[in-house]
Write a protein that binds this ligand. Structure first.
Ligand SMILES: CC(C)(COP(=O)(O)OP(=O)(O)OC[C@H]1O[C@@H](n2cnc3c(N)ncnc32)[C@H](O)[C@@H]1OP(=O)(O)O)[C@@H](O)C(=O)NCCC(=O)NCCS
Length: 191
């Protein structure tokens, strides 16, 4: 994270967590907020290591932990029921892109979701078919990545953004995480 200056102008991978009134803070504040979440067990991610170095990550979590998705208005309009889990963000070390690390991170996130009880999983990737897209805009992953991982298209929520879903069987008994109604962020910007 430090190598990439907190990522995306100092997001510190907090923006998808934010509820109403929690946005528009400094990079230092976002870093502290993220660290608090991690220490309190309110943040989940699969981290990919090459030896001692973290080279990639895939953020996931119970839906209530990640309320601030992109294209939220369109998502709400077509919503039937909330998923148990969301996969919201990837970040791969800029010197290690194009090596398949995002695919590995996604598989490991799905493995963690299974270990934590499984359930319905949604993601919101970009369809890059036939066009050039900057890697910076692909923080939610590509449609192809998720289809290769067994996800199915549900509906479009922006010109190139899809809701995709898959059910993951749990590896242990117990109910899926609770799904309280999500807050409606107004001021928080998604990366
Ligand atoms: C997008 C990103 C996650 C891809 O990670 P990666 O490890 O390089 O990806 P992989 O090598 O596993 O490839 C995954 C797929 O994405 C595709 N892909 C990657 N970059 C692409 C691009 N710019 N345009 C189109 N497709 C792209 C690959 O072709 C591959 O598809 P395939 O399996 O069908 O061939 C990475 O470039 C990244 O971290 N970008 C920055 C995201 C960011 O800014 N996140 C934080 C925002 S707050």
């Amino acid at each position: 994270m430090e190598k990439h200056h907190g990522i995306f102008g100092g997001c510190w991978c907090i923006l998808f967590h934010l509820g109403p009134g929690e946005g528009k803070r400094s990079a230092e504040e976002y870093r502290a907020m993220k660290e608090a979440r991690v220490r309190e067990g309110r943040a989940h991610a699969a981290l990919v290591f090459d030896g001692p170095d973290a080279v990639g990550w895939c953020q996931f979590g119970p839906t209530a932990e990640l309320p601030n998705i992109r294209s939220r208005k369109a998502y709400e309009e077509g919503r039937r029921e909330l998923p148990d889990w969301r996969i919201t963000c990837f970040f791969i070390d800029r010197d290690r892109r194009g090596e398949g690390i995002a695919h590995v991170a996604l598989q490991e996130a799905l493995g963690e979701i299974a270990r934590l009880g499984g359930g319905t999983v949604e993601a919101y990737p970009e369809d890059v078919t036939g066009r050039k897209v900057s890697r910076s805009f692909l923080c939610s992953g590509t449609l192809g990545m998720f289809e290769q991982a067994g996800f199915e298209r549900d509906r479009k929520i922006a010109m190139h953004r899809w809701v995709v879903a898959r059910k993951i069987p749990g590896q242990r008994s117990g109910p899926p995480p609770p799904n309280p109604p999500p807050p409606r962020p107004r001021s928080a910007k998604s990366c």
